[in-house]
Design a protein around this ligand. Sequence first.
Ligand code: 5GP
Ligand code: ZN
Length: 117
Amino acid sequence: MSSESDCIFCGIAAGRIASDIVREDERTVAFRDTNPQAPTHVLVIPRDHLTSLDHAGPDDRDLLGDVLRAAGEVARSEGIADAGYRTVINTGEEGGQSVGHLHAHVLGGRRLTWPPG
Ligand code: 5GP
Ligand code: ZN
């Protein structure tokens, strides 16, 4: 297992930093985004530190699958699955990633536009 002591999302996963957790299991944690972009805006992270999708290798297949599976379960438990929702993983500077611990945004509760900004 890897973790980074200065990583804010590792801190949330470890309970060192407060967050509004909506779901957690052995390998993932889901919590509300502090700057929500939709009525429902939850972040799903792996407990193990992975900087971004660009840092994922063959050994991360389970981790990536766990995050996406958890995202689907969050959408269902948040009541947005039937209407539809969006799952986003921003990667790198031009992708809009601002926190260097891989996370999937789960957005819903309103009609989302396309393309994203
Ligand atoms: P990114 O821009 O990297 O795709 O997404 C990072 C997200 O994390 C942003 O939507 C931002 O609002 C959220 N965020 C940043 N710091 C915190 C925090 O300390 N707690 C929570 N719950 N969300 C955070
Ligand atoms: Zn981390």
